[in-house]
Ligand binder design. Structure first.
Ligand SMILES: CC(C)[C@H](C(=O)O)[C@@H](O)C(=O)O
Ligand code: SF4
Length: 470
């Protein structure tokens, strides 16, 4: 009998399902990633006298609490954060998993490090106790964040229970206009479908715009799947994926590589596969995007004005918009381009890979920062590569601070904070209330847009600057 056509999601799910019970699947986990917030799971192992089931399939690196001024833990002001990093080191010594510690060039934000090291691969079922695990789907993996008790379950059994999600395909077609980056594409997607638009779904991004993207750009898109309410986001593996992985430290080698590639080639959704939900967008009509509120769905083109609560679809939405404008200190009808900012953050698992830093540097070199601006590379390897091509010098000469790698001001756990009432142009993924510090105000945008905002001290259309690489 011929098999029914399947989506990429269905293929990976079927490959990993051990059994199905009461509507839940028990799935074999191929790769488990951890960071300095992963200690709860290990304490459960200890309480129950259990061993780490597969030390060879657990990889961790400290990111959330690490200092970015230096690599010394003495620069971490919060005792709990310091304990997180130290506990990860202790668990590594005890359980023998792969650990890229502070001072190791392979350290970085776990979602930057996985792909960079070739740990993230097509067809893998990958989990991590972190919501932005969706990032790894850019390489054709099924990757999702899991809660603390699931982390303990995976550490002990290398399996996880999950309900089979629905499949959504988001097709983006056309050539992006100049100045429109992968970040703008995902912000446009979230603005269209809403912060809950992909609830219960795993998103597959498809179409000529996605196919034309580099792996680093696809990582940016998949990273924010969770901000659209999706369980995960993925892009089918293709030549771009395979060329990206070739020769990376943890990628298969020799005959194993050939076998892996043959498997990866079979993963893309079959032509007749049916998706539960389909969404289509035209990239040719897109502009650089900026958020104005406290949800990533509050994204508008940089040339637009802030929408009015009076135009909201419901009274609930109207109240939410009013509260957001009040919190953000903004008025309906105000031009986005006029908004003065207090500082700039270029970093995070969304936008701190080498290509992001190149794009930001290409703008930074055209002027001088008028407000405090900092750059925190996504990994220590990214930092090293950026320095090898002189990006650190460009940033420093433009008055930007060049820091060490970590989550940093994306979430502020390490003490890199935006002060109360201050407005930050940020390349991260969340603009929630208090996200970058108590009463801080966040505007999400691309690395080039953030650099442009730094040079002008206000939200600026990056297309006013010369385009091109640094
Ligand atoms: C602290 C961590 C568990 C959290 C997450 O799950 O995403 C963080 O990374 C974030 O981005 O909010
Ligand atoms: S960089 Fe930000 S979004 Fe990414 S894992 Fe760290 S805190 Fe979460």
């Amino acid at each position: 009998m011929e098999m029914a056509p399947r989506t990429l999601l269905q293929k990976i799910w079927d490959d990993h399902q051990i059994l199905e019970e009461d509507g839940q699947s028990l799935l074999m986990v191929g790769c488990h990633l951890g960071h300095d917030g992963s200690y709860y799971g290990f304490s459960v192992l200890e309480e129950r006298g259990l061993k780490l089931r597969r030390p060879d399939q657990f990889f961790a690196t400290p990111d959330h609490g690490v200092p970015t001024r230096s690599r010394s833990l003495d620069d971490v002001t919060d005792a709990a954060q310091r304990r997180g990093v130290e506990t990860l080191e202790r668990n590594h010594a005890r359980h023998g998993f792969t650990h890229f510690g502070l001072g190791d060039v392979r350290q970085g934000i776990v979602h930057v490090v996985g792909p960079e090291q070739g740990i993230t691969q097509p067809g893998l079922l990958l989990v991590c106790g972190d919501s932005h695990t969706s990032t790894h789907g850019a390489l054709g993996a099924l990757a999702f964040g899991i809660g603390a008790s699931d982390v303990a379950h995976v550490l002990a059994t290398q399996t996880v229970w999950r309900k089979r999600p629905k499949a959504m395909r988001i097709t983006v077609d056309g050539t992006r206009p100049a100045g429109v980056t992968a970040k703008d594409v995902i912000l446009a997607i979230i603005a269209r479908i809403g912060a809950n638009g992909a609830a219960q779904h795993v998103i597959e991004y498809a179409g000529s715009t996605i196919r034309a993207m580099s792996v680093e750009e696809r990582l940016t898109v998949c990273n924010m799947s969770i901000e659209a309410g999706g369980r995960a986001g993925m892009v089918a593996p293709d030549d771009t994926t395979i060329e990206y992985l070739r020769g990376r430290p943890f990628a298969p080698q020799g005959a194993d590589w050939d076998a892996a590639v043959a498997h990866w080639r079979n993963l893309p959704s079959d032509p007749d596969a049916v998706f539960d939900t389909e969404v289509e967008l035209d990239a040719t009509a897109m502009e650089p995007m900026v958020t104005w509120g406290n949800s990533p769905e509050n994204a508008v083109p940089v040339s637009a004005r802030i929408p009015s609560p009076q135009d909201a679809a419901s009274t609930v939405q109207r109240d939410t918009m009013r509260e957001a404008l009040d919190y953000m200190g903004l008025a309906a009808g105000q031009a986005v381009r006029d908004i003065a900012i207090d500082q700039v953050f270029i970093g995070s698992c969304t936008n701190a890979r080498l290509s992001d830093l190149r794009e930001a540097a290409a703008i930074a070199r055209q002027g001088r920062a008028m407000v405090p601006a900092m750059v925190s590379p996504g990994s220590s390897m990214v930092k090293q590569q950026a320095e090898a091509e002189g990006l650190d010098r460009i940033f420093r000469e433009a008055g930007f601070e060049w820091r060490e790698s970590g989550c940093s001001m994306c979430v502020g756990m390490n003490g890199d904070l935006v002060a109360a009432g201050k407005r930050c142009a940020s390349t991260s993924n969340r603009n929630f209330r208090g996200r970058q510090g108590k009463d801080s105000r966040t505007h999400l945008m691309s690395p080039a847009m953030a650099a442009a905002a730094a040079l002008r001290g206000r939200i600026t259309d990056v297309r006013e600057f010369a385009q091109g690489a640094a």
